[in-house]
Design a protein around this ligand. Sequence first.
Ligand code: NAD
Length: 253
Amino acid sequence: MTDPFDLTGRTALVTGGSRGIGRAIVEILARHGAAVAFCHLDDDDAAVTFTSELTGAGHEVASRSCDVSSAADVDGLAAWAADTVGHVDIVVNSAGVGGGDRPFEDVDVAEWDRVVGINLRGTYLVAHAFYEPMRRKGWGRIINIASQLAYKGATGLAHYCASKAGVVGFTRALALEGAPHGVLVNAIAPGPVDTALLRGHSESWLADKRASLPLGRVGEVEEIAPTALLLASAAGNYYVGQTLSPNGGDVLL
Ligand code: NAD
């Protein structure tokens, strides 16, 4: 029987791949046979070390810096990916920033634009850069990393929650356009996961969060990445416009 998770011969582009959830996704896609190009923002040391670890283990992986909220940078990313891995079959939009726990009265327009610009505009720019070649080929996968907070909301995170709810709506709408052309678009809405982004919260916030979770702990990146593998591979061929939510029971959807 063919392994439905096998990605041999596939190419992938992962944003935010130098650490956290994106890094675990780069690793699982590469270990299942995909050639992976990933980007990060100004995290060269981590990216270079990680890239050489994977290439040393025989995987085809390359990385570069790119600000996904910049249209010019994303144009450059698309050109680089074409030179590096060729046509991209699978896009994972994992680059993102937290909102920093700001009371709404302190979210000025610059902060709103920063968070929405990276999390939502960045997802649009990257999807837009790679969608049309997928549509022409008649096969593609776009996986957007949203957040359970798209549904749940959170005090001090109005801008972040808005950006992630936008990602969920964008995913559903693009899924309807893409599916007839073989381009499947889905999202993942993780619960709290132990990464640099989550560690940006205060210790008391994290303690309250852990205590409120049915599992009594936050998630690990390795508990999120397999959902991306599912959606990227033949195992996910019947998922269209879905937002899968590995969240430890923080939201019961
Ligand atoms: P992280 O801080 O560990 O990693 C973020 C990655 O995104 C890094 O590689 C960084 O270089 C990159 N990045 C940041 N801004 C960028 C930009 N402008 N352009 C390109 N790359 C950029 O964060 P994480 O926790 O792994 O988050 C990954 C995704 O998961 C984000 O979209 C985040 O909103 C989402 N998410 C995280 C959690 C959590 O609890 N950690 C929960 C739900 C959703």
